[in-house]
Design a protein around this ligand. Sequence first.
Ligand SMILES: *[C@@H]1O[C@H](CO)[C@@H](O)[C@H](O)[C@H]1NC(C)=O
Ligand SMILES: *[C@@H]1O[C@H](CO)[C@@H](O)[C@H](O)[C@H]1NC(C)=O
Ligand SMILES: *[C@@H]1O[C@H](CO)[C@@H](O)[C@H](O)[C@H]1NC(C)=O
Length: 469
Amino acid sequence: MNRFLVLVLGLLAVSAARKRYEPNWESLDKRPLPDWYDKQKIGIFIHWGVFSVPSFSSEWFWNCWNSGRKSCVDFIKNNYRPDWTYADFARDFTAEFYNATEWAKLFEDAGAHYIVFVSKHHEGFCNWPSKYSFNWNSMAVGPKRDLVGELADAVRKHTKMHFGVYHSMFEWYNPLYEQDKANGFRTRDFVTTKTLPELYELVNKYKPDVIWSDGEWQASSEYWKSPEFIAWLYNDSPVRDTVVVNDRWGNETRCKHGGFWDCSDAYDPGKLQGHKWENNFPLDKSAWGYRRTMNLDSIHSIESVLTLLARTISCGGNFLVNVGPTKSGKIIPIFEERLRQFGSWMKVNGEAVYETFPWKHQNDSLNKDAWYVARKMDQQTNVYVFILKWPANGKLILGSLSYTSRMSISMLGYKGSKTFSWTRNPTGGVAVNMPALSPTEIPCKWAWVLKLSNIEDDKFGGIKRISNE
Ligand SMILES: *[C@@H]1O[C@H](CO)[C@@H](O)[C@H](O)[C@H]1NC(C)=O
Ligand SMILES: *[C@@H]1O[C@H](CO)[C@@H](O)[C@H](O)[C@H]1NC(C)=O
Ligand SMILES: *[C@@H]1O[C@H](CO)[C@@H](O)[C@H](O)[C@H]1NC(C)=O
């Protein structure tokens, strides 16, 4: 056969092997989630926009003010001139200290393997020079920079993380959207001239591996033409082999359709889920965008973050931690500290997070501070127990573990010679005697992970790595 024919036949074989997805949920939901997403587990979410300028109330500030909520109305009345408009905030979105390389390195140091950057929130301001936004974008006003592009480049140049974007389908006060809405969503002028062109532009220009959609809830996925967009994404887009999407694509899709499921914000079901999901949560419990009125007690402690991590990973979720930078582009020290604490913990215990999968038990039946995951390593499967409180009397009860004298127990990060012993627990399971480690011998602070090998119950439940079929 001549070379040309071989090439043509080869291409035919490849395209025949590649399954094409139809623009409907039944077909799209059959696509296996690309492997990397479940394996990499940890992401950083970044909410940045014009809302970072008032930095009051939350990233919903414009809506809060416009709908007449007293706190927001008073804030404007007391601090701005009488004819102030939301658009006036944009010029103060200065971003003068925005250093995308610094951010990218911080996020990777925090143990993240992907990021999700807000490209446009409900206010409609594009953090990139979109062809479909003439004066309400970061190149036209405010930073005068391509915020998305700078971060995409920095992530690719300086880290191994996957780059992803958040994108809001609706815009609170876009006249075209309001018109479609007034027409009962039987017209689609907003979708065809704004939402979709923007999404195609984002994908073609920045090649994100995550499209984290939001702002979908007022209209159906049919109005948004989401199935058409996702079919293109999976079949023909430049990221068709690597891209993952969430489940916010229309008022009927959450927790039902799409790639991984976010369900509600900060979704934290506490039990094993049948479909790959993600817990997206803000370090500031009250807002995703930066708030100048934040107090320390609204910020998750590192112990709280690690508790959420254990519960999320055990139940098959990914962990997406949100920070809101200031208008100048700084990630304030309290967020930086939390991310670096988390990263230092992950350096010791990452073996029990990345590439793990749920075990047959998630939480322990007797010990509310113990959560389990499993991982295949060195030809065997190990079970890892997250210990969220060091047992006061040195005896760790693990009620969900069957007793066997053959297993081995170690603590991640501990290289010393002190060993673990264990006995049958009278009320069921195993009682582990923790070695008496001095403060300098303890491998990490806040929470610890025990690695169990050769255990009896080496069966796993739940989610396979590719989980949405
Ligand atoms: C941005 O941050 C990086 C890494 O910290 C540093 O090397 C670089 O000089 C910074 N760039 C600017 C313009 O300050
Ligand atoms: C979803 O949105 C459509 C408009 O696109 C509307 O007709 C329908 O009633 C909405 N469904 C729900 C459950 O809100
Ligand atoms: C933990 O496990 C027990 C059963 O062993 C269950 O009743 C409980 O609801 C579980 N979940 C949490 C979050 O503790």
